[in-house]
Design a protein. Sequence first.
Length: 107
Amino acid sequence: MSARTIRATRPRRRQKKLWVHTVTTVSTSPPEGLFTRDARTIARTLASRRVSPGGVTSGLRMLLFFINRAGRGLTRARRAELLKAKHLMQAMIAGRRDEPRRQGKGR
């Protein structure tokens, strides 16, 4: 047997957990277990200034990042709930775009 044949028959090892897991839990500080709740709670919490000081758009990016990183690990029901939260947040952003801008003093 050659070395090439031996390598081809070995079972593949599982990859280690990637560093990005800490991005959604450490750097932005969403509450523990937030992504396991209902869509309205997820959207409302991620839109709050306490969790995402950059505003609703920042919270939406955080949600999309979580969905993309979870990948196949999400059940259909959980993925559907997260996508519902995504659509709620997109509606919040669209609603803010439609509001007339406030003008400052002296204008």
